[in-house]
Design a protein. Structure first.
Length: 113
């Protein structure tokens, strides 16, 4: 079993998304962007998903991967694609994540069994 953890200041992601409008397309799948867009503060939900992607990459010990390889759906359901999917299949791993956010911070923990 391995664990990955990531923490992010939500304002930091909000500023980056304002400065680089196409960044959201690079980091998040269309479904992730749509989910966040339907919420009162989209960056809060995107930040939690960003953390989940990082946490999964850490837990799977991925060295080369795409942000699109880890997709976080409603209620923290994870779909793996590309390098993340290959690594999980090779090891027979099951990936679970837990997301959280407050007014200023977002975090995620990934557990790979």
């Amino acid at each position: 079993m391995t664990v990955g953890l990531d923490l992010l200041e939500i304002d930091r992601l909000e500023r980056a998304l304002r400065r680089h409008p196409r960044l959201a397309q690079r980091l998040f799948t269309p479904a992730e962007r749509a989910y966040a867009a339907a919420r009162a503060r989209p960056a809060q939900h995107l930040a939690a998903r960003f953390c989940a992607k990082e946490a999964v990459a850490k837990a799977l010990r991925l060295e080369a991967w795409s942000w699109q390889d880890v997709e976080v759906g409603p209620e923290g359901r994870v779909a793996l694609h590309g390098a993340a999917d290959r690594r999980a299949r090779e090891s027979g791993a099951r990936v679970q994540v837990s997301l959280t956010h407050s007014r200023g911070l977002a975090a995620a923990v990934a557990l790979v069994e």
